[in-house]
Design a protein around this ligand. Structure first.
Ligand SMILES: CC(=O)N[C@H]1[C@@H](OP(=O)(O)OP(=O)(O)OC[C@H]2O[C@@H](n3ccc(=O)[nH]c3=O)[C@H](O)[C@@H]2O)O[C@H](CO)[C@@H](O)[C@@H]1O[C@H](C)C(=O)N[C@@H](C)C(=O)N[C@H](CCC(=O)O)C(=O)O
Ligand SMILES: Nc1ncnc2c1ncn2[C@@H]1O[C@H](COP(=O)(O)OP(=O)(O)OP(=O)(O)O)[C@@H](O)[C@H]1O
Ligand SMILES: N[C@H](CCC[C@H](N)C(=O)O)C(=O)O
Ligand SMILES: [Mg+2]
Length: 495
């Protein structure tokens, strides 16, 4: 690609230096620059990429994309907004891979990861090749990589979509975080289907208000575009949760076709007669494509919502309801989501990724429905993230639990004990007396104490970290896996 090709992508841009300059690759981080790269200077929350331009040039960058001319002897493309330019250039450089794929994106506060794995099962059973990107993993053509973010920066995202296409994928299934929408990471991505799960409190450190948070999600649906066509392969569809009020806003802003799913409100795909046990969830589904009685191995009312979203998206692809049902019934669970740790102990231990007020409440309400003994919860809240959710989660944990261990969950750069102190007033407000909760900074100790305390028919919930295999303290990650720690604690007590 030549620099002038990039310049042609923007209405208002200025090219300083040789427009014939050849671009071999793209980079937005000076430490990753390779000779011949175009270095894009992003003004971020922490750093200003323009300050790394000189180093990028030393590492062999062929040209820069900047917001103002820099005093460096190198061709520069000057644009109004480099973050926007990065998405556009990335899509162009990799040959618009999303338009050659059917991209199914999932947004919402909770349930994104789960739904992507349900979609993976449905698509694979239909004989479709797909790539997957989300919180836990990126899967491309049989290769699996651990993820750093739920939704990648546009450069990595477009590169992965290209790789997926080149590996023969017909579909790409991906999580779309509100950060990604707000920061334009998916601007160069042409989605076919946009799924919305729900909108509840999280990330207020970043979005500040729930309205802003909703507006960020809204971008997903307003940008979905409008292919009015009877061709099921090209049709754009918004799959919305009829029980969440935000869906009304998204339905208004999108020109794609809307399919709704829900339990409480009227919906195109609706579940009734829900029955939940600690082993599975049964429900009846009614839809424009027929009805079925489904038995999921996944637990909880929230799992019904996730299944309905996947059913609606599958029906939008033209798959038969019976086939979708068969696929969903096969799914035994998603890594770190309501995952039971069984080592022969006489009580249930569940590891779950609930790290928001709503998900914690859903998981605890589900447990409350079937628990015969006491509920003992272990949880914390992440550092450098939404502080306002801390007491709210404390209150929810207290409301549903007989005993709560407040502990650490990736304090990052914050003082762990201060995070615990932010949670404590909520626990007190939730009605627990000092004899009914403990504050233990060390998560391993907290888990061990919970396992030690549990007796016959109790349920121990270890929430917040799910699939994570690390604990981040002072910016340093060390190995930590709730499931392994719990297993060891059980073995120590019973064997
Ligand atoms: C708010 C946010 O998402 N910030 C992300 C964003 O930061 P930023 O664009 O402001 O960049 P910055 O770090 O200030 O740096 C500015 C520019 O200078 C460059 N730079 C920076 C340092 C350097 O030495 N050299 C250099 O070239 C950077 O590459 C960047 O281009 O881009 C950075 C580089 O890609 C990310 O590391 C950073 O993620 C932060 C650390 C993060 O933790 N983000 C989380 C909150 C996040 O994105 N989470 C969502 C949601 C998860 C969910 O659904 O719950 C996700 O999608 O994962
Ligand atoms: N539809 C849902 N509604 C409410 N809570 C849910 C739902 N689905 C899952 N949960 C809860 O949220 C937790 C996280 O689920 P999941 O990983 O699927 O969500 P996510 O949206 O991908 O989260 P993240 O924002 O971290 O990427 C689960 O462990 C469960 O406790
Ligand atoms: N994607 C979420 C994950 C939170 C998981 C929890 N364990 C924490 O570290 O807060 C975030 O980055 O806010
Ligand atoms: Mg996720």
């Amino acid at each position: 690609m030549k620099l002038k090709e990039c310049a042609a992508l923007f209405v208002a841009s200025r090219c300083e230096g040789d427009p014939e300059t050849e671009i071999q690759g793209l980079a937005a981080d000076n430490r990753k620059v390779r000779p011949g790269d175009l270095f894009i200077c992003i003004r971020g929350y922490q750093f200003d990429g323009h300050e790394f331009a000189a180093d990028a040039v030393e590492r062999g960058a062929a040209a820069l994309v900047t917001e103002q001319k820099l005093a460096l002897d190198i061709p520069q493309l000057i644009v109004k907004d480099t973050r926007y330019a990065m998405s556009v250039i990335a899509a162009h450089f990799y040959g618009y891979p999303s338009s050659e794929l059917k991209v199914i994106g999932v947004t919402g506060t909770n349930g994104k990861t789960t739904i992507t794995y349900l979609m993976e099962r449905i698509l694979e059973d239909q004989g479709k090749k797909l790539g997957l990107m989300g919180t836990i993993q990126t899967k491309i053509g049989g290769e699996v990589f651990e993820s750093k973010n739920t939704t990648l920066e546009s450069l990595d995202l477009q590169r992965n979509l290209r790789k997926m296409r080149d590996s023969g994928a017909e579909y790409a299934v991906m999580e779309v975080s509100s950060h990604a929408l707000e920061l334009g990471r998916v601007k160069g991505c042409d989605f076919k289907t946009a799924i919305f799960t729900n909108l509840t409190q999280d990330h207020l450190d970043f979005h500040e208000t729930m309205e802003n948070y909703r507006d960020a999600k809204s971008l997903f649906f307003s940008r979905l575009g409008n292919t009015f066509t009877p061709d099921v392969n090209r049709r754009k569809v918004a799959v919305l949760n009829a029980d969440d009020p935000a869906s009304k806003v998204f339905a208004r802003v999108t020109s794609a076709q809307v399919i709704t799913y829900g339990i409480d409100q009227e919906a195109d795909v609706r579940a009734t007669n829900i029955r939940i046990t600690h082993q599975g969830t049964m429900f009846q589904v009614e839809s424009f494509a027929g009805h079925a009685s489904i038995t999921l191995k996944l637990i909880g009312k929230f799992s019904v919502y996730n299944a309905l979203a996947a059913i609606a998206a599958g029906l939008a692809e033209g798959f038969a309801l019976e086939d979708i049902q068969t696929s969903l019934e096969k799914v035994s669970g998603v890594n770190g989501r309501f995952e039971a740790v069984m080592e022969g102990q006489p009580f249930l231990v569940v590891v779950d990724y609930a790290h928001t007020p709503d998900s914690l409440e859903n998981v605890l309400a589900t447990i409350k429905d079937f628990a015969k003994g006491n509920i003992i919860s272990v949880f914390g809240c992440g550092g450098d993230r939404d502080r306002t959710k801390r007491p709210v989660m404390g209150e929810i944990a207290a409301k549903y639990s007989d005993y709560v261990f407040v502990t650490s969950d990736n304090p990052r750069t914050e003082d762990p004990s201060l995070i615990l102190a932010d949670i404590e007033p909520g626990v007190v407000r939730g009605g627990l007396s000092p004899e009914q909760y403990s504050m233990i900074v060390d998560r391993k100790e907290a888990i061990e104490a919970a396992i030690e305390m549990a007796s016959h028919e109790d349920v121990v919930l270890i929430a917040g970290k799910g699939h994570e295999t690390y604990q981040e303290v002072n910016g340093i990650r060390t190995d930590f896996d709730d499931r392994i720690v719990a297993k060891h604690a059980i073995r120590r007590r019973f064997h």
